[in-house]
Design a binder for this molecule. Structure first.
Ligand SMILES: N[C@@H](CCC[C@H](N)C(=O)O)C(=O)O
Length: 269
């Protein structure tokens, strides 16, 4: 079976997008996801995205990290899919129903309402999620936020100096996080500007993470460090994040189609 795909990215966080809205695909096993995502032997991506039909939305979007695991949310991929759909849409994800508005090589997404209760993150036991009494070396007292998927956010003097390649996996796999966690290290430049690096659950260091930008912006706003709209600068570029008085987060930023192709399913199954 030949399967067409789009290769897309949002600020360098890249995706292989498969369209199963009209023609169903065979069952997607974790090993197939890993093989397609492999940058040496496969097509290569941080996340594999599958579009499916939905009775409640324009389409459903399934999200798989490059380690093969299926997850609830991906901000950058939602903007990429918004661009593919080409008109205002509602996209059903495991993390919630998202309203999207495409622009010219960009898109805005209503990312829904963030959650802060310890069991909604989820954490293994009850604690204050605005200043968690935990630490890993120089990373201490993070904020925990669920924006469809789980995040912890550490505010530091200089986020470029943090050894995220070693601390990220330690924190991701800590038993405090029963569903693992995305790890954000952020430096607040001023009330409208944040610098961010992200260790993504199931994908490692990426050029950008849309949900990480949302979680970090909301965490900074809850801590009283930032205004209700901020520019979040990631290694791959900048996202604008707002947290409205209706409690909804809005994310705006670029999305890019890199190329299209097709592959033989049996080569990866
Ligand atoms: N790159 C994404 C997030 C992808 C999922 C994440 N790694 C998780 O496991 O929750 C984004 O742009 O939000």
């Amino acid at each position: 079976m030949r399967v067409p795909f789009w290769k897309m990215h949002g600020l360098g966080n890249d995706f292989v997008v498969l369209d199963a809205r009209e023609t169903a695909l065979p069952e997607l096993l974790p090993a197939t996801v890993r093989a397609l995502a492999d940058r040496r032997e496969g097509i290569g991506c941080d996340q594999l995205i599958v579009l499916e039909p939905s009775s409640e939305a324009t389409c459903a979007m399934r999200i798989f990290n490059c380690d093969g695991g299926e997850v609830e949310a991906c901000g950058n991929a939602t903007r990429a899919v918004a661009l593919l759909l080409g008109e205002p849409a509602r996209i059903a994800t495991r993390g919630g129903l998202l309203a999207t508005t495409p622009g010219d090589a960009s898109a805005s997404v209503d990312m829904g309402v963030p959650r802060f209760d310890w069991d909604a993150i989820p954490l293994a036991y009850a604690m204050d999620t605005l200043a968690m009494p935990v630490g890993w070396d120089e990373l201490e007292q993070p904020v925990a936020v669920n924006v469809g998927n789980p995040h912890v956010v550490f505010f530091v003097e200089d986020n470029d100096a943090v050894r995220l390649d070693t601390l990220g996996p330690l924190i991701e796999h800590d038993e405090l996080f029963p569903e693992r966690v995305n790890v954000n290290v952020a430096t607040v430049e001023d009330r409208k500007t944040i610098r961010l690096r992200v260790w993504e659950r199931g994908a490692g260091l990426t050029r950008a993470c849309g949900t990480g930008a949302c979680a970090t912006a909301v965490a900074a706003m809850r801590r009283g460090l930032a205004d209700r709209q901020v520019a979040v600068h990631l290694p791959g570029g900048t996202l604008t994040i707002g947290w409205g008085h209706d409690d909804h987060i809005t994310m705006s930023g670029p999305a890019t189609e890199a190329f299209r192709g097709e592959f033989g399913w049996d080569d990866y199954a």
